[in-house]
Design a protein around this ligand. Structure first.
Ligand code: HEM
Length: 506
């Protein structure tokens, strides 16, 4: 009996020591390692780190809308823990995402080093297996040589001359929403729209046309399936991940598997159709299927299953971000009528009698471009970027142990008065006529090898949709609009974007 008890005590003692070593001693040692280098932070809490404090700050911040007196000064609402902790611990501090150490960085030199470092010591963070299920083997979820191969092929598909071929598709998507709005307007001069919702459908239409060409209606159905999948995955992310749980045949898991299968089958069908008709490879799916020779002249190809994953990634990466960017441009111009008028005058001048811009006219939309750039500065859709140190590394004299996550505070850099001047939180597109003070001060699309592959498409579609809207309508905030920027996957208006539109020209 005594022997049995001793054995039990030994086993419990062994596991307890192991648990305390991983969950208490290692975080304590990492914290001390950074403290010795002058880097402080809110302090590790067993297992949860600072996540519960951070979640509480977000919940609190999202309870109150913002006043419109300083509408673009949004950090306190969309990045509340930075707002609270940076004044206490400084512009670089250590916090804990569960038991993962995260170094919050706002120094543009360090950020540039992390994003552009060619040695591969900073890479993707370990992602939740549920999220991995969604990204599959697409660019967002890949690392290493496999990522590099996909990236070479996809870069080729998003080249400027390819994007040029999508201009009329993008204009068609915009005309489609105008038709709907005109029905809604009837014979009224003014009408109110929750524009965020409608812009999301324009963006879905665009990504569907560019991805699937003439099969874009079927593409839209596929993306609706993905939207449902995203909803189920977001649900999973709100709960603690239990290893192996995703394999259990629960109702939600079965729904997830069915949706995944339906999506894969539908994209596979479109691949087969494309293969038969050999549509002039203008759409993304066709471009990804066509043979591509790399710099060494070697032919590289993606398997059908890889193309399917990439299509899913384009929707996830491209639809939400572009739609929210367009929404923030409209809200910013609804607040600032002077810039709205300037932009419209430019559009009239560049487009003349045409109802939509052509490729050559796009580069003449200088004011519209500056407005989009300024909106991306004030409302950077991803708010932050997170990378992980895959080996021990020194960054600006700070010694960073392997496994540390680097939380690059994009929005803090974009709003920093030291980099952008005292009026850093004011909407002033004219600042983009001046050369930038620091190359690392602005990176809404990321930088370095992982830079957004769809950025040319995003800028082109935003310019086309915005110039067409400016040409057709003037707009202002509705009295029902509540200014409440919120960060959930992307930066969006928490209660929608209610604007009042007035029809200008036919
Ligand atoms: C305003 C619109 C957009 C913004 C602000 C944006 C921003 C970003 C950012 C910040 C990254 C991450 C860079 C990193 O991890 O270092 C990224 C990656 C990516 N974006 Fe975009 N994006 C936009 C639109 C699009 C569109 C329209 C597409 C495609 C249809 C797209 C496809 C991707 C893909 C596939 C990646 C992963 C690249 C890789 O890992 O190699 N994005 N984007």
């Amino acid at each position: 009996m005594m022997q049995f008890l001793l054995a039990a005590i030994c086993i419990v003692g062994f596991y307890l020591t192991k648990f305390l070593y991983a969950n208490w001693f290692i975080p304590w040692r990492i914290q001390r390692h950074f403290a010795k280098q002058g880097i402080k932070g809110p302090g590790y809490r067993l297992l949860v780190g600072n996540t519960t404090q951070i979640r509480a700050m977000y919940t609190e911040a999202q309870k109150k809308p913002m006043s419109l007196s300083h509408p673009h000064d949004i950090i306190h609402r969309v990045f509340p823990f930075y707002h609270k902790w940076a004044p206490v611990y400084g512009k670089i501090f250590l916090y804990w995402f569960g038991k993962k150490p995260r170094l919050l960085i706002t120094d543009p030199d360090m950020i540039k080093d992390v994003l552009t470092n060619p040695s591969g010591c900073f890479g993707m963070i370990d992602i939740d297996p549920f999220v991995k299920l969604f990204f599959g083997d697409g660019l967002i979820g890949l690392n290493g040589e496999k990522w590099a191969k996909h990236r070479r092929i996809i870069n080729h598909a998003f080249k400027t001359d390819k994007v040029k071929g999508w201009v009329s598709d993008i204009a068609d998507s915009t005309h489609t929403i105008f038709k709907l709005w005109e029905k809604q307007r009837g014979d009224k001069e003014e009408f109110e729209i929750e524009v965020n919702k409608d812009i999301h459908s324009v963006s879905a239409d665009i990504i569907s046309r560019t991805s699937f060409g003439s099969n874009f209606e079927e593409g839209k159905r596929i993306f609706t399936l993905q939207e449902k999948q995203l909803g189920l995955i977001s649900q999973a992310l709100r709960t603690i991940y239990i290893p192996g749980f995703r394999f259990l045949p629960t109702k939600t898991n079965r729904d997830r598997w069915n949706l995944d299968e339906e999506t894969r089958n539908a994209i596979q069908k479109l691949i087969n159709t494309n293969r038969k008709i050999k549509e002039n490879a203008k759409n993304l799916i066709g471009l990804l299927m066509s043979a591509y020779k790399n710099d060494e002249g070697v032919e590289e190809k993606l398997q059908d299953s890889e193309i399917i994953d990439e299509c899913k990634n384009f929707y996830l990466a491209g639809k939400e971000t572009s739609a929210n960017l367009m929404t923030w441009v409209l809200i910013s111009l609804a607040i600032d009528q002077e810039w709205q008028t300037k932009a419209r005058e430019e559009v009239y001048q560049v487009l003349g009698d045409s109802t939509e811009p052509n490729w050559d006219q796009l580069s003449n939309l200088k004011i519209v471009t500056m407005i989009i750039q300024e909106t991306l500065r004030l409302y950077p859709l991803s708010v932050t970027l997170t990378k992980q140190a895959h080996k021990d590394v020194t960054l600006k004299n700070i010694n960073i142990p392997r496994g540390t996550q680097m939380h690059l505070a994009m929005i803090a850099v974009h709003h920093d008065p030291e980099l952008w001047g005292e009026n850093s939180t004011e909407f002033n597109p004219a600042r983009f006529t001046e050369p930038r003070k620091h190359p690392g001060a602005y990176f809404p699309f990321g930088a370095g090898p992982k830079v957004c592959v769809g950025q040319t498409l995003a800028m082109v579609e935003t310019k086309i949709v915005m110039s067409m809207m400016l040409r057709n309508y003037s707009f202002r905030l509705s009295p029902t609009y509540v200014h409440a920027p919120m960060h959930m996957m992307s930066l969006k208006p928490q209660h929608g974007a209610q604007l009042i539109f007035t029809k200008l020209r036919d």
